[in-house]
Design a binder for this molecule. Structure first.
Ligand SMILES: CCCC(=O)SCCNC(=O)CCNC(=O)[C@H](O)C(C)(C)COP(=O)(O)OP(=O)(O)OC[C@H]1O[C@@H](n2cnc3c(N)ncnc32)[C@H](O)[C@@H]1OP(=O)(O)O
Length: 306
């Protein structure tokens, strides 16, 4: 009897722990005060380096467009843009009707990394660490959104810009575009989580070559090594690269919001959690769609999958 009660309590507490982990995972925060991370302190420091913006446009289709907007500096991230990015990610976390996201740069180029003027001004190790934690937090939360996300790479994605592409589920490259982890040339390694994510996307051997050689990845190489998911050709009638990216993404965002969110959550769990935890998460997510309206409707329509 006592054993049964204990067993039940254990089961309840482990499922609570799992749900907590799932919630934290979907919110995505990596750092807290125990890591010496004060969001407010670093936010204030970053705001001292203004310029550009990160803009968000949510469409009725459920696809949002996030624009890295600082064309005078090839869309380099100023301090205030880092703060903007985090605010936009918070807005997307609360967008219950959202299904997809396109991240792109203004004026047909993606992003040339952090603004070198800000980098010079905060080149001491303490400030560098704080900026690194802030951006890791923002980009981890971006990747963990329940939306299916795409980086549309036009022109150049350099340094932190290359890292940003890895915080999306997919990368589409237009002809002539380049992704380059130039960090080694700057005496650096990625610090916005780009190395950890790159290894998961292309494997450690290829990641070592890309980082160790600061290799230029053009669309063909990108497709070959699995960094790019599709090449967008310029000659597609009158369609802009953004329209082409929306068309590409809409294949994966078709359907009811809860189902798209569930798809993203199970894939995220498989990508990030050890197998036994990923399986438990999958079960929890399955429980949210089983017998839910979309499932009942599909059963009632006796659909065939020809
Ligand atoms: C953990 C994060 C690590 C990092 O991200 S470190 C930063 C890595 N990124 C870089 O080193 C990129 C440096 N920039 C470049 O290599 C070149 O500017 C680039 C992007 C290839 C473009 O070359 P071009 O087409 O010849 O154009 P350009 O050099 O005249 O640039 C146009 C204007 O944009 C500016 N710019 C480009 N990238 C920047 C950056 N990251 N920070 C601050 N300003 C940047 C550049 O200084 C120039 O401005 P201006 O016209 O001289 O006032």
């Amino acid at each position: 009897m006592v054993l049964c009660v204990l067993k039940r309590r254990l089961l309840r507490s482990s499922s609570c722990a799992l749900m907590g982990r799932l919630q934290r995972q979907s919110r995505g925060c990596v750092y807290s005060s125990i890591h010496g991370f004060s969001h407010e302190e670093i936010r204030e420091k970053l705001q001292a380096f203004p310029g550009g913006s990160v803009d968000l446009l949510k469409h009725d289709s459920g696809i949002a467009v996030l624009t890295i907007n600082n064309p005078a500096r090839m869309n380099a991230f100023s301090g205030s843009m880092m703060v903007d990015l985090k605010e936009r990610v918070s807005q997307l976390e609360n967008w219950s009707e959202g299904k997809g996201l396109i991240v792109h740069g203004a004026a047909e180029t993606f992003c040339s990394g952090s603004d070198l003027n800000a980098v010079r001004a905060i080149s001491n190790p303490q400030d560098g660490m704080k900026m690194c934690m802030f951006m890791q937090d923002a980009l981890t939360r971006l990747l963990r959104l329940p939306l299916i996300s795409v980086a549309l790479v036009e022109g150049r994605a350099l340094g932190g810009g290359a890292e940003l592409t890895t915080a999306c589920d997919f990368r589409l490259m237009t002809s002539g575009s380049v992704i380059q982890f130039v960090h080694k040339h700057m005496g650096l390694v990625p610090g916005w989580g780009g190395a950890a994510r790159l290894v998961r996307i292309v494997g450690s051997q290829k990641a070592l070559k890309l980082l160790g050689g600061a290799l230029k990845v053009d669309p063909e190489l990108g497709l070959d090594i699995g960094l790019a998911d599709e090449i967008l050709e310029a000659d597609q009638g009158a369609a802009t690269a953004l329209q082409q990216a929306e068309n590409w993404l809409s294949r994966y965002t078709k359907g009811p919001v809860p189902v798209i969110h569930a798809v993203k959550k199970v894939v995220l769990a498989g990508r990030e959690l050890p197998l036994s935890e990923a399986l438990r998460t999958e079960k929890e997510v399955f429980g949210t769609v089983w017998g839910a309206p979309a499932n009942l409707q599909a059963l009632a329509s006796k659909s065939k999958h020809k």
